[in-house]
Design a protein around this ligand. Structure first.
Ligand code: A3P
Length: 296
């Protein structure tokens, strides 16, 4: 399936046609979750791959064999992508680890009444948009990103592929209240990886021995993951991801937005954020505590 230039529009949201079809998106909406399923949910570039890795490692007690021999899209497939149906059918691994970028208003109904464990991963949207911008430059299945200011405007207008960041986080964290859901941020993983893995392992009811925990931390560090072909997307051919234009495991830092945003863009971002998030009670800690922890 190439369809690199094709966009699939589904319920008003654009998805890369290289990975999605109307049928595959419909399949996700009608999916029958099992109570043992683990669902990793995120807006793109929020730390999805990192959480897939954490969950894989917790499930295997810190033993890296699976994460070093099976690509992340096979061991934790994206439910809405075209290969997921066949892959999930063929897999006998339990618990199933499934990933999705779909918003709650689309996938929530399929989860209603389910005890599946949902891990929602979010990240400072300023770092999301910067990471997404760089990703657009290397991923040939996404439309070419023009200038950063234009890309930023499209993010704030919610017209990029995968839809609105604002609706995504509000939907999953507010309307998702009835779900068996744990909300983890990229910043928590970054500032306290060990503590975050402990929280996830407790949520999954898969306790870890001290040594297993240490192994999990080791194998999902940025440097380990950057060198792991099963995660760093170097298995994807150049015509699909142009590896001369960037790396998937790019910087892995908090606050890289500072290298891209002008002061004016920052102020504009804050005004849009304040208006779109006024009905959201979440408190965010998005910066390292240099001096003081700051919000947004
Ligand atoms: P950057 O582009 O800012 O480096 P996703 O998996 O949702 O697409 O997110 C990708 C982002 O997560 C990239 O951010 C990538 O570098 C970062 N990432 C992945 N694994 C990481 C890790 N172990 N530590 C820190 N950042 C990680």
């Amino acid at each position: 399936m190439a369809r690199l230039d094709h966009t699939e529009t589904f319920h008003g949201i654009s998805f890369p046609g290289h990975l999605h079809t109307q049928d595959s998106l419909q399949f996700a909406l009608k999916f029958r979750f099992q109570d043992t399923d683990i669902l990793v949910v995120s807006y793109p570039k929020s730390g999805t791959t990192w959480m897939q890795e954490i969950v894989t490692l917790i499930s295997s007690g810190g033993e890296p064999l699976l994460s070093q021999t099976v690509p992340n899209w096979t061991r934790a497939p994206w439910l809405e992508q075209y290969y997921a149906a066949a892959m999930l059918e063929a897999s006998s691994i339990r618990p199933r680890v499934i990933t999705t970028h779909l918003p709650h208003h689309l996938l929530g109904p399929a989860l209603q009444g389910s005890k599946a464990r949902v891990i929602y991963v979010s990240r400072n949207p300023k770092d999301v948009v910067v990471s997404f911008y760089h990703f657009h430059n290397m991923a040939n299945f996404l439309p070419k990103a023009d200038s950063f200011p234009e890309f930023l405007n499209r993010f704030l207008e919610s017209t990029l592929h995968f839809g609105s960041w604002f609706d995504h986080i509000k939907g999953w964290t507010c309307q998702g209240a009835a779900l068996n859901l744990l909300h983890i941020t990229y910043e928590q993983m970054s500032m306290d990886l060990r503590g975050t893995i402990e929280r996830v392992s407790s949520f999954l009811q898969r306790p870890l021995l001290e040594e297993e925990l240490t192994n999990c931390v080791k194998h999902c560090s940025f440097s380990s993951m950057k060198d792991n072909k099963m995660i760093n997307y170097t298995l994807v051919p150049n015509e699909i991801m142009d590896h001369s234009k960037g790396t998937f495991m790019r910087k892995g830092q908090i606050g890289d937005w500072r290298n891209m945003f002008t002061e004016e863009q920052n102020q504009y971002f804050h005004s849009v954020f304040a208006s779109k998030m006024q009905d959201c009670p979440l408190q965010f800690v998005w910066e390292k505590p240099e001096g003081e922890e700051s919000h947004t």
